[in-house]
Design a protein around this ligand. Structure first.
Ligand SMILES: Nc1nc2c(c(=O)[nH]1)N[C@H]1C(S)=C(S)[C@@H](COP(=O)(O)OP(=O)(O)OC[C@H]3O[C@@H](n4cnc5c(=O)[nH]c(N)nc54)[C@H](O)[C@@H]3O)O[C@H]1N2
Ligand SMILES: Nc1nc2c(c(=O)[nH]1)N[C@H]1C(S)=C(S)[C@@H](COP(=O)(O)OP(=O)(O)OC[C@H]3O[C@@H](n4cnc5c(=O)[nH]c(N)nc54)[C@H](O)[C@@H]3O)O[C@H]1N2
Ligand code: SF4
Ligand SMILES: [Mo]
Length: 876
């Protein structure tokens, strides 16, 4: 094999906050080869399924290539002038707080710095918030309350060295897969114990020693109970506690709390407390099951209390570790992207901090109070207070709670600008001005991952057509609004240097974020910057916070917070008897604008679904593969029922990824209530109350096509396959002429058709051919369609005439849904191999089929499949 490292460019994966290093090698034809960077400290060469499939997402088929005003392509000059003029006019007429930016934890630090500088320093409003409000805000609030600033004390090496790792509200196996692989390696090497705290059984539970399926939202009660057990086991009175305040109050509050609200088995609780108190090296990893809650900040502090009470912080192998979601969620926190922060962890409401930043920027004005947080920002757009809005690198019409109201608010806003790489998003479709941004592999800048490591993202492909970098677009608008010198940057390196200097000023206020050691980087040094953990000063690089027991409150001490359990904001009632949990799938990234382009990634779970417990399904007369309607006071969604006991009774789970582009009736945030944590403003995305009823379809359909389809029926979900597209369909109205309907669906007015129809039974099967090749097929039935989908999905574009049975021929078995996306191995293939070859381990499956031997993301599922077949055998 050719040595890639010699000629490849080192960069960073644009998906999750693990921040894996990648080696990129352009193929000269617009494509790329992507491999893991063996020298990057985050991943040491590993990549997950999403990272491994990056090359499949860089094509230009969906790209936005020119600015559009009211849907019509224009040049940059007109578009930028319009944006600058409309923002300036709105500010003149209605004041700076009548405009807002809604940005993203996927922006590069340099983009983010400019957006923040423009809004807070020059426009003079703090109305810039970010999708990190939906993601990290509770952690930021919890860290600030406990430590005095938003410091992440843990590092990835702590995972390697821990003896107990507790995953709280984190499906690490699917959402931070390379960290999970690090955890698996540590477990192999030192027998690390793993506890998963999650109301739902997830892939991360497959290797756990203990799974605590607590009642949604009850984490505070569990960690409060742990604090009482820490006290009972005589940990208190240690020297470490002299470096903290608030212990007595926190303990009193913990003692007043009620562990029974967790609904957990008392023996399991006792086991957990024994494991936690009995192990010195404990790392508690937490994510959205903690943050996305109306008691998210309290959940964070309940966890931090236990680490502070035992001094298990600031030491190797110990500590709380909030894993960040987006590639630059951490960078955004550092750069002040949230409406309640200034750059470099300075506070907007502190007059001295404001003055320092204002002087540094030579800013004409500076807001004195916090701006609108995400939920309030879109409410203000909806009721007319925000009159000009710029959305950059995020898709709020899908990802915000009460998404229909958000969509309406964006549509109602008099002037909306959207910067994206594609026009095919729910939000981009609402824009007055749509600006083409250059994409990941075309951009230069930096990102910070979950353990404070700053890595370079390097451009290896030219920006196509008129696409421009986000920082560049923002600077142009700043200059056209009259602030010529403040936004006169030539390169990301120049922006980064300015930011590094500002961090040195922030450090004088006793702040932790200090990268002043990088203030003098020249262009070549910036280009060559190695992954580096902050702080980076003249005298210090990386290192560990709190090892010296110095915290960032004025008295230098950490604070334990008295917290007490509160139930989620919305309460179940007879009309809404279920609690809706939402989250992520292994192979999709958020609203799918990139991962959704990969046939391989889309094959893992190609359709939106709702997990429901078998007893609840039976009570609702919901059968396997039925469609269900999920209702709440805010909207409704239609999803495929998956009946299983991964969720407990009374709870249902749906993935977040489907949109108006891919499955319009399955936008799950339409039903999620916009209830927020009172301290962090983070929405409770995982605990809305809903009702679930069977969706009474008049007909169900399954279609495959060589070309993208244009479905119009009540329910549809379309995804790419290797040979075209597949779609699930359902409708409430009878269709009189299936042939005509199919021709519209496929855009095939003239193709040859073969049809088997039985109007009486409501069954129709149609195949369309052109030049002897199958181009499309449609299967209709009054019940959920039973055909071999994964076999049929391979057929378009090959000569085939005998497919209308919907069954694979005996010599071509149906592979089943893809489990290993790297080697395209389906569940049925794996099951057959397990049975015929008597395979007993994940390694044996790998040897037989290659499955699980590349990125390893599917290994938890392979293990689960093995376990289920072994259980079945034992029962027989
Ligand atoms: N494959 C993939 N990976 C991703 C992403 C992606 O889109 N796809 N997105 C990235 C981003 S931005 C983020 S923020 C992270 C999110 O990473 P995670 O937070 O790990 O992912 P989620 O699936 O949102 O939620 C985690 C778990 O919280 C559980 N949960 C729900 N309610 C509660 C509760 O009350 N208590 C507890 N303890 N648990 C609860 C859910 O059942 C779920 O399994 O993933 C990142 N990585
Ligand atoms: N119910 C529920 N809702 C949730 C969550 C949940 O768990 N449950 N999780 C929340 C969380 S944690 C998050 S982080 C959000 C994520 O939600 P979003 O941020 O809305 O989702 P993305 O799909 O990541 O949106 C990124 C957009 O940026 C575009 N883009 C890609 N590259 C570039 C670029 O270089 N420049 C520009 N300008 N645009 C680009 C993409 O095409 C896409 O449209 O969802 C939140 N919503
Ligand atoms: S774990 Fe996967 S998605 Fe996350 S940074 Fe690494 S390769 Fe990218
Ligand atoms: Mo996130």
């Amino acid at each position: 094999m050719k040595d890639l490292t010699a000629c490849a460019t080192r960069s960073t994966c644009p998906y999750c906050g693990v921040g894996c290093g990648v080696l990129l090698q352009p193929d000269g034809a617009g494509g790329l080869t992507v491999t893991g960077d063996p020298d990057h400290p985050a991943n040491q060469g590993r990549l997950c399924s999403k990272g491994s499939a990056l090359a499949e997402t860089v094509g230009l088929s969906h790209r936005l290539l020119a600015p559009r005003v009211s849907g019509v392509e224009t040049g940059w000059d007109d578009a930028l002038q319009l944006v600058a003029d409309r923002f300036s006019e709105t500010i003149t007429e209605h004041g700076p707080d009548s405009v807002a930016f809604y940005v993203s934890g996927q922006l590069l630090t340099e983009d983010y710095y400019i957006a923040n500088k423009l809004m807070k320093g020059f426009i003079g409003s703090a109305n810039i918030d970010t999708n990190s409000r939906l993601c990290m805000a509770s952690t930021v609030a919890g860290h600030k309350r406990a430590f005095g600033t938003d410091t992440v004390p843990g590092t990835y090496e702590d995972i390697d060295e821990a003896d107990l790792v507790v995953l709280v509200g984190s499906n690490l196996a699917w959402c931070h897969p390379v960290l999970y692989q690090r955890l698996m390696a540590a477990r192999q090497a030192r027998g690390t114990k793993i506890v998963v705290i999650d109301p739902r059984r997830t892939a991360s539970c497959d290797s756990a020693d203990l799974h605590l399926p607590l009642t949604p939202g009850s984490d505070v009660a569990l960690f409060n109970h742990l604090l009482t057990q820490i006290d009972a086991r005589g940990f208190m009175g240690t020297e470490f506690l002299t470096h903290t305040n608030g212990f007595a109050e926190a303990l009193a509050s913990a003692q007043a709390d009620d562990i029974t609200v967790t609904g957990l088995d008392p023996d399991d609780i006792a086991t957990f407390c024994e494991m936690w108190t009995g192990t010195e090296k404990v790392v508690t990893i937490f994510s959205q099951g903690v943050n996305q809650s109306t008691s998210g900040s309290d959940k964070v502090n309940a966890i931090l209390n236990c680490h502070l009470a035992t001094g298990r912080i600031g030491k190797p192998g110990c500590g709380p570790l909030s894993v960040t979601g987006q590639p630059n969620a951490m960078g955004g926190r550092e750069v002040g992207g949230l409406a309640n922060m200034l750059a470099c962890h300075l506070d907007i409401e502190n007059a001295d901090h404001r003055a320092a930043v204002r002087d540094f920027w030579s800013a004409p004005t500076m807001p004195e109070t916090q701006g609108l947080k995400a939920v309030d920002m879109f409410r203000a757009a909806g009721d007319g207070r925000i009159k000009a809005l710029w959305v950059i690198h995020t898709n709020p019409a899908v990802s915000m709670p009460e998404a229909d109201a958000v969509r309406d608010a964006i549509a109602a806003c008099p002037f909306t600008v959207v910067s994206d790489i594609t026009a095919r998003t729910d939000t981009a479709r609402l824009a007055d001005v749509l600006l083409p941004a250059s994409a990941w592999a075309e951009k230069d800048g930096t990102v910070t991952n979950s353990d404070r490591t700053i890595s370079r993202q390097r451009s290896v492909l030219p920006a196509p057509s008129q696409a421009r970098a986000d920082w560049d677009i923002l600077c142009e608008v700043g200059r056209r609004m009259g602030w010529t010198s403040a936004f006169d940057y030539q390169s990301p390196a120049e922006i980064f240097r300015e930011y590094a200097v500002l961090s040195g000023i922030a450090a004088r206020f006793g702040k932790d974020f200090d990268i002043s050691g990088l203030s003098d980087l020249n262009a070549a040094e910036y280009d060559a910057l190695e992954p580096t953990r902050w702080p980076i000063t003249a005298s210090q690089q990386g290192g560990r916070f709190f090892a010296d027991r110095q915290f960032f409150h004025a008295d230098g001490k950490a604070r334990l917070l008295p917290v007490i359990w509160r139930s989620p904001a919305t309460k179940t009632e007879p009309r809404y008897p279920f609690r809706l949990n939402t989250g992520r799938l292994r192979d999709q990234w958020h609203t799918m604008t990139r991962t959704g382009l990969s046939a391989r990634l889309s094959a893992h779970l190609p359709e939106p679904f709702l997990d429901i417990h078998p007893k609840d399904a039976r009570a609702g007369q919901i059968a396997a593969a039925d469609l269900v309607e999920v209702h709440s006071p805010h909207g409704k969604a239609i999803l495929r029922a998956r009946i299983n006991a991964d969720v407990t009774r009374g709870q249902v789970f749906a993935p977040i990824h489907w949109t108006g582009e891919t499955a319009p009736s399955a936008r799950i945030d339409t039903v999620v209530a916009a209830e927020v944590d009172p301290i962090s403003g983070q929405p409770e995305s995982k605990a809305s109350v809903v009702n679930v009823t069977r969706f009474n379809a008049a007909w169900y359909g399954f279609a495959v096509s060589a070309r993208e389809m244009s479905p119009t029926c009540t329910y549809w979900a379309q995804s790419p396959t290797k040979s075209g597209f597949r779609a699930e369909l359902a409708g409430t109205d009878p269709v009189p002429d299936w042939q005509a309907a199919a021709r519209n669906l496929f855009g095939l007015p003239d193709a040859e058709v073969t049809a088997v129809e039985d109007a009486g039974r409501g069954v129709a099967r149609l195949a369309f051919h052109q030049n002897g090749q199958l181009v499309a097929a449609l299967f209709i039935s009054p019940e959920p369609v039973a055909v071999m989908r994964d076999y049929l999905a391979t057929l378009p574009q090959v000569p085939n005439l005998g497919l209308l049975s919907g069954r694979a021929p005996a010599d071509m078995p149906d592979p089943g849904p893809v489990l290993c996306s790297c080697f395209d191995v389906g569940v049925n293939t794996i099951l057959t191999a397990i049975e015929t070859h008597g395979l007993m381990s994940v390694e044996a499956i790998g040897e037989a089929l290659q499955a699980g031997t590349n990125c390893g993301s599917c290994r938890p599922e392979l293990a689960a499949l093995l376990a289920s077949t072994q259980q079945k055998e034992a029962a027989e």
